[in-house]
Design a protein around this ligand. Structure first.
Ligand SMILES: [Mn+2]
Length: 343
């Protein structure tokens, strides 16, 4: 079996890329890294897939893969799309006979492979992995491209580049050019607005559902991406209880909240909080926070702390609105490596 796995956030970029890539390269099955049930709360992903002819039954979800991989010792070829390191969720199922074959990514360095199976470096800087796939669908695999593929990829580019706003951190000239070939700009702007609203409206979710919705973890450190101000989020019903059980469920030693949201005036905000539960190691937390603050490009400044029962944490505003979790995760990884060396 050969599967193509998107990254752990299971965002629109990851999901559409795994589906389109599986289709283009005749890989058996696309893997989306959320449970089939969790897709119901990824309203933007769900809507995007509904606009295409993708049959959801054809997609493998992480809960199903885990279940299968635990029982079976069949060989698995894995291709990664929208990330280039095997995530913890898959690593435990990768032993002999199960290996990474290929990878397409837009993070540094942007990678792809050609028809012969050789890895190719993409020289063009792009804002989303879907932009890389748009290049591939147009250049190399034209014969197998379905009509809805470019549209599906466009949804990811729209979300990742804020509809091609050139001043938005991730947007590159290539993305802007790509979008300019994708139909009426007014219609595109409406589609973007719609997708963004679907992605950001988490009012009906529980605390755990919000945390799970856009979540990445490295070893024992988790970063949950939220869509509302931290001081509002921590006032949600059952916050303390649900955060505690989330930390237990993921065996976390540290949990970070990052937020990205618009205020009533349409202004964008990013924040960060390092969550403290009673059993967490304060010294380690201080040293992690130090590493994060040393990174000057993020421009964090403290705006107080939240206290909700036993769950507390300092809250920072992020001055650099262009820097996403992608900038923060490597700092966390470095810190973990450092800690491991010291032990
Ligand atoms: Mn991406």
């Amino acid at each position: 079996m050969h599967i193509v796995a998107g990254n752990e956030s299971a965002d629109v970029d990851s999901a559409v890329c795994s589906i389109v890539l599986a289709l283009l390269t005749s890989i058996d099955v696309p893997l989306v890294q959320c449970s089939r049930e969790a897709l119901e709360r990824k309203l933007d992903v769900k809507w995007a897939l509904e606009q295409s002819e993708v049959n959801i039954r054809y997609i493998l979800f992480i809960d199903e893969f885990t279940h299968w991989a635990q029982k079976s010792d069949a060989q698995v070829g894995l291709s990664l799309v929208d990330h280039h390191q095997v995530p913890t969720s898959l690593k435990q199922h990768m032993s002999q006979g199960r290996m990474v074959i290929k990878c397409v990514d837009h993070h540094e360095p942007a990678l792809s492979w050609n028809k012969q199976g050789d890895m190719v470096h993409i020289k063009t800087q792009v804002g989303s992995c879907a932009s890389v796939l748009a290049i591939l669908t147009e250049c190399q695999y034209r014969e197998s491209v379905k009509e809805w593929c470019p549209v599906l990829l466009m949804y990811a580019v729209l979300l990742d580049t804020q509809n091609g706003v050139a001043t938005y951190g991730k947007t590159t000239p290539f993305d802007v050019q790509l979008l300019s070939h994708r139909g009426d700009p007014r219609k595109r702007a409406r589609t973007f607005q719609h997708l963004q609203t679907l992605r950001d409206d988490q009012s009906a979710f529980t605390v755990i559902e919000c945390l799970e919705n856009d979540y990445k973890q490295h070893v024992h450190v988790g970063i949950a991406m939220l869509r509302e101000p931290i001081f509002r989020f921590v006032k949600r019903p059952h916050f303390e209880q649900e955060v505690t059980s989330f930390v237990k469920r993921h065996h976390l030693e540290h949990l970070l909240f990052m937020t990205l949201f618009m205020d009533a005036d349409g202004e964008k905000h990013r924040e960060l909080a390092l969550v403290s539960l009673p059993r967490m190691d304060d010294d380690a937390k201080r040293s992690l926070m130090q590493v994060l603050q040393q990174c000057k490009t993020l421009q964090w400044y403290g705006v107080g702390s939240f206290v909700t029962g036993d769950v507390v944490g300092p809250v920072y505003k992020q001055g650099n609105l262009a820097a996403s979790r992608k900038k923060v995760m490597p700092l966390v990884q470095q810190w973990i490596a450092q800690q491991a060396k010291q032990e």
